[in-house]
Every structure is written in structure tokens, then in C-alpha cells.
Design a protein around this ligand. Structure first.
Ligand SMILES: [Zn+2]
Ligand SMILES: [Zn+2]
Length: 381
């Protein structure tokens, strides 16, 4: 753990995409990264992918104090480890986790690190996990989204946010593991109790939904229905393991789920669209006693209406932010599953771009044209 006031000498300069104002382009600037506290690691970022959570921060839906460096799906290598870091060394290949946790609060004791009191309390401030800054620009502190700040050549993170994976793992594909892939695969393998031969429905085929489809495949389900209005996404869903693909028409989807289950409905529905219609569809399409996992989200002040009858009959509803992630054990496993050829990450990368292309990359994500654009920094593959 970091000791207050204990610092290393390291202070490096890095090019970074800095968000100074919501709903405005990020600017590429030189920032100072460090110095390290005893529990930190300094990473050279090799690849960072563009996720909707960053977009929420850009658009002001996710409150982040500015100026800030966003970027939370990233991979890199350890350049320096703080004095108290014993399990990481220089040159280690790591994937960033956005769930550092204190390990001793009420929620950590309940094995719910995603609810860690320190994690949630310090989140909006967007400094380091200990609440103090690590980045600066012309002596003014710069914030780091989710304690990370991956849209930069270097970042400094708590050691527990840097998860070592196989050296054989390409950086650009490793970057995907830390958020969207973990959330989607985890929904199927950590949250849902999927049985061999079950029928699963996945609503929304962005990075999270496509990962959920792959998680369902890894769990051995019998049929996977992918639901998305975008024909290219449905095609990709089929390539990644969906056995059936439908438009987002609710009646058609419910009918298909019932036709595959003797009229009961899907055993498990994983929602990854973040639309009120998707939340409603999830409850209409699941069978009595079935499981619904909501991964998407809408505005925190928004209200979503349901037909009461759709909530009846012993349905189990779970809302998850990170797919039940336990990054230290799950990220190496996901990486190995990719290396074994059982998790397709190659086809989830829509574009490889430079740091200077970041604003256009987010515009493309917002338009729904890309699943994942990955910013390639030096030596990314
Ligand atoms: Zn905690
Ligand atoms: Zn993300």
C-alpha cells in the first residue's frame, strides 16, 4: 500500500490527450507524470482503446474534475515500481484495471470490491487512489479518470491496477481486456449461472455485448441470440459465436427466444445496450425463473418504465458494472483464453489510430461506426 509522503525520484514527461472542457476536443499536450508513491508503478502505455465511459466523461454525463487525462482500457509495460511493490518488475506486460480497492472496508470484506468505499469516495475527484495528484501540466494538477489516465505515453497507477499478463499477449488486444471484454465475458461467466445447453439472449452488440456473446460461448450454452439493429454488428456477433441474430424488434426477439425454449423464453438475458427499450425487452424475453443481467446504463436521473407483469415469476435481475471482475485472476485468464484461440479479440478492433486522432475516434464511436478503436503508442504490437 502507498505510504503518504513517500516518493520516488521519477518524474517523466509524456504526451497526453487532455480534456479541459466537456463537449470540446481533447488537446495533445505534454504533461508531467509522477513522482511515484511507494505503492505505485510507472507504466509506458503501449495501447489504449476508446470506451463509452470515456465518452460519458467527455460529454459530462460522468462527473470528472478537469483538466483530466481519460483512458481506462489500456495496456503497457512497467518502467518503474515503487519501493513497496513486490509483485511487479520492470518490463512486465500489464493490463490496467479500474477497480483498485482498499481491501478492508465493509464492501471489500463482503467480496464486493466494485463497491469499495475508497474507490467510490475518491472517484469524482479523479486524482490517484490515495486522493492525491500524480499528473501535472505547468505545475497545475491534472486529474486521471478512474485512477488511471491511459491516453498518454506514460501513466502512474496503483500497483493493484496493473495486472500482469503473458508476454505473448499483443498490447493492442491486451488493452481491450481491462473494461469492455471483462465486463461482457464476466457477465456470462461470473454473474450469470449459465448451464450447458441453455439459451441466452444478448441485447446490444457493441464491445460489451460481443464479449458477452463470447462469454456465453465459453460457458457452453446451447444457443445464443444476438439482438442489434446494426446489420454489421449482427454479422460480427455471428462470427463471434451467436447462433441467431435478430433486429432489436421486441416482438420478434421474444418470439425467437420462445421458439427455442418450448415457449418458456431465454434462460439468461444479458443487456448491453443501455436503452430503456432494451431493459424492457430483457424482462419480456426471459423465462420464468430466468436470469437478467443488466450491463448498460442510462442517465442516473432517468426513469425507465416496465410492464409490471414482466417483473413477475421469480426472475433474478442483477445490475453489474464490471461483470463481477476480479482483475488479478481474470485478466491473465482472459489473455490465455485469447492466446489459446478461444477468445476472439482480433475482430473487435475496428481501427488502429494515433493519439492525435483521438477526437475523431470518439466521434466514430458515438456514431456507432466502431466497436473499438485502439490508440497505438510506440511498439504497440
Ligand atoms: Zn474497500
Ligand atoms: Zn470502459
Amino acid at each position: 500500500m502507498a505510504r503518504a509522503g513517500t516518493v520516488q525520484a521519477s518524474l517523466v514527461q509524456a504526451r497526453a490527450a487532455v480534456l479541459r472542457q466537456t463537449n470540446a476536443p481533447m488537446t495533445i499536450e505534454t504533461i508531467e507524470v509522477g513522482p511515484l508513491a511507494a505503492g505505485d508503478v510507472l507504466l509506458r502505455v503501449r495501447a489504449a482503446s476508446l470506451c463509452h465511459i470515456d465518452l460519458e466523461a467527455i460529454e459530462g454525463q460522468l462527473a470528472v474534475t478537469l483538466p483530466a487525462v481519460l483512458g481506462h482500457e489500456a495496456a503497457g509495460e512497467v518502467v518503474e515500481a515503487g519501493a513497496d511493490v513486490t509483485d511487479l518488475g520492470v518490463g512486465d506486460r500489464v493490463v490496467l484495471s479500474w477497480n483498485p480497492h482498499c481491501g478492508h472496508c465493509f464492501y471489500c470484506e463482503q467480496a464486493q470490491p466494485i463497491l469499495c468505499a475508497q474507490l467510490l469516495a475518491n472517484g469524482p475527484q479523479a486524482f490517484h487512489f490515495d486522493g492525491r495528484p500524480r499528473l501535472s501540466c505547468e505545475a497545475v494538477p491534472v486529474h486521471q479518470l478512474m485512477y488511471l489516465g491511459g491516453f498518454a505515453e506514460y501513466c502512474v497507477v496503483p500497483a493493484q491496477s496493473a495486472i500482469r499478463v503473458s508476454d505473448a499477449m499483443p498490447f493492442d488486444r491486451a488493452a481491450l481486456l481491462g473494461c469492455g471484454v471483462m465486463t461482457g465475458v464476466g457477465a456470462a461467466t461470473r454473474i450469470a449461472d449459465l448451464r450447458w445447453g441453455a439459451v441466452a439472449l444478448v441485447i446490444g452488440c457493441g464491445a460489451v455485448g460481443l464479449s458477452a456473446i463470447q462469454g456465453c460461448r465459453l460457458a457452453g450454452v446451447g444457443a445464443i441470440i444476438a439482438c442489434d439493429p446494426n446489420p454489421a454488428r449482427r454479422q460480427l456477433a455471428s462470427m463471434l459465436g451467436a447462433t441467431h441474430a435478430v433486429l432489436s424488434d421486441a416482438a420478434e426477439t421474444v418470439a425467437l427466444a420462445r421458439s427455442l425454449t418450448a415457449g418458456r423464453g431465454a434462460d439468461v438475458v444479458i443487456e448491453a445496450a443501455g436503452m430503456p427499450a432494451g431493459f424492457r425487452l430483457s424482462l419480456e424475453a426471459v423465462r420464468p425463473g430466468g436470469q437478467v443481467v443488466w450491463l448498460g446504463k442510462t442517465g442516473v436521473g432517468a426513469e425507465v418504465a416496465f410492464r409490471w407483469g414482466s417483473l413477475m415469476q421469480e426472475k433474478h435481475i442483477t445490475r453489474s458494472s464490471y461483470g463481477g471482475a476480479r482483475p488479478a485472476q481474470d485478466f491473465p485468464l482472459l489473455a490465455q483464453t485469447y492466446l489459446d484461440g478461444r477468445l476472439n479479440l482480433d475482430d473487435m478492433i475496428s481501427a488502429r489510430i494515433g493519439l492525435a486522432d483521438i477526437n475523431e475516434g470518439f466521434a466514430a464511436l458515438k456514431r456507432g461506426e466502431t466497436v473499438r478503436s485502439v490508440i497505438m503508442l510506440a511498439g504497440a504490437v
